[in-house]
Design a protein around this ligand. Structure first.
Ligand code: GLV
Ligand code: MN
Ligand code: MN
Length: 417
């Protein structure tokens, strides 16, 4: 067993220092993928990786991997997450998993310990999807789920392309994608939902990630005078957009279970007080742990759009921004996480993830699972996102134990059996 010790304060210092990059009022961060702030955050974390003795590589989609050699060559046991944030992000989402991975390395270095298999700490490009869709773009390309050319050609909400922005910030690296599969992948993350906090538990053993369906909807009607155009003669793109917002809320309530539905982005044109909008663009985020039910939700939304075309005589086009089926993690990996957490005296439960994660992409190529720690009041994608220090440390301790076991145990460095 490992005699390495996680230093919770050192981990918190790194979390606080990274949160200074792109800091926004209230203690959160705005580091949209491939922005200047993302570059500054990447530079900081790459510097820490090098200080810890990791060999840093950057691949063609900008994923960064810090490698700690093992006593034998071969695929690494990998941990990691992302350091991009939504525009109103907290300081823990993604960052915690990456920096806890670095804390595991620091603890092993401090203990003078080597592992049999190599260890790697990664951060993946554009996990959030808030600027470029789909989300989990870097890990999707890493695992061969999307061709590099298609990923580089993706344009974001500001019209910039992934390829141009990667080159601009200096993170279009030489390492090839798809990459060789790791030996195993474990992602530590804050829950971002209320379950663990409400139940007073320490650790979530994440067994699955729910399916995600993102659609951009563009509605075209006719601009006209708000005072003179009789209601019956309107082709109002704004009203049609509003009806979609109401529809998806009612749909989620009607389908019940795990179904959630969100309109998170909307734009009106020309967006003036006294002009009937001639164009509206909005996004719908539908998620469900059950693929069949997610398909039903998508079909119901499509039928609603058809009804709107008839009712308001508007033109409606749709574009799929992301579509990922639910993913189940490796049962043996889940058992390992649970066993280590309990051995550390931590209270656990099994649970699905409501948020998308890079681990759901890695699950396609190697044994994968996730560790959750509680988010106070279940708040995330909000500057108020918070996790207690004891849980930050506990999650990293579980990560250390799981990673070192997967890497074949530890030995004093320099000792060869
Ligand atoms: C990504 O973090 C998502 O779940 O939206
Ligand atoms: Mn995240
Ligand atoms: Mn997020």
């Amino acid at each position: 067993m490992s005699s390495a010790r996680i230093n919770g304060e050192r981990l918190q210092r790194r979390i606080a220092a990274l949160a200074e990059v792109g800091a926004i009022d209230g203690g959160g961060c705005a580091r949209l993928a491939l922005s200047d702030a993302d570059r500054a955050g990447r530079d900081l974390v790459c510097g820490w990786m090098r200080e810890l003795g990791l060999a840093v590589t950057v691949d063609a989609i900008g994923n960064v991997v810090g490698l700690r050699a093992g006593r034998v060559d071969g695929p690494a046991v990998m941990t990691g997450s992302h350091i991009d944030t939504v525009r109103t992000g907290g300081r823990f989402d993604g960052n915690y998993g990456v920096l806890a991975g670095l804390e595991v390395v620091a603890a092993l270095n401090e203990g003078g310990l080597s592992t049999e298999h190599p260890l790697a700490v990664a951060f993946f490009t554009n996990e959030e999807g808030a600027r470029f869709a789909p989300d989990m773009l870097g890990s999707l390309v890493y695992t061969g789920g999307l061709a590099l050319d298609a990923a580089l050609a993706t344009t974001g909400i500001d019209g910039a392309s992934v390829g141009a922005e990667l080159a601009r910030i200096g993170y279009a690296g030489p390492a090839p994608v798809p990459a060789a599969a790791p030996r195993a992948f474990v992602e530590l993350h804050v829950e971002q939902g209320p379950v663990l906090d409400r139940e007073g538990l320490d650790i979530g053993v994440v067994e699955s990630v729910q399916g995600i369906s993102w659609t951009e909807i563009e509605i075209r009607g006719t601009s006209n005078h708000a005072g003179t155009t009789p209601m019956a003669l309107r082709r109002d793109a704004g009203w049609a957009a509003g009806s979609i917002i109401n529809f998806v809320r009612e749909l989620a309530q009607e389908l019940g279970g795990d179904q959630v539905a969100t309109v998170g982005r909307i734009e009106f044109f020309p967006n003036l007080v006294n002009v009937v909008p001639n164009r509206a663009v909005l996004t719908v985020d539908l998620r469900n742990t059950d693929e069949e039910r997610l398909r039903i939700a998508e079909a119901r939304l499509a039928a609603h759009l058809d009804a709107l075309r008839d009712a308001e005589k508007v033109e409606i086009s749709t574009r799929k921004l992301a579509r990922f089926a639910p993913v189940r993690f490796d049962p043996a990996m889940c058992d390992r996480i649970e066993t280590h957490a309990r051995a550390l005296g931590l209270a656990t439960r099994r649970m699905p993830s409501g948020a998308g994660h890079d681990a759901q992409m890695l699950a396609a190529v190697c044994p994968t699972a996730m560790i959750f720690v509680p988010s106070v009041d279940g708040i995330s994608h909000n500057v108020r996102e918070y996790t207690h220090a004891r849980h930050i440390e506990a999650g990293a301790q579980v990560l250390l134990a799981v990673l070192t076991e997967l890497a074949g145990g530890t030995q004093p460095a320099g000792e060869h059996p």
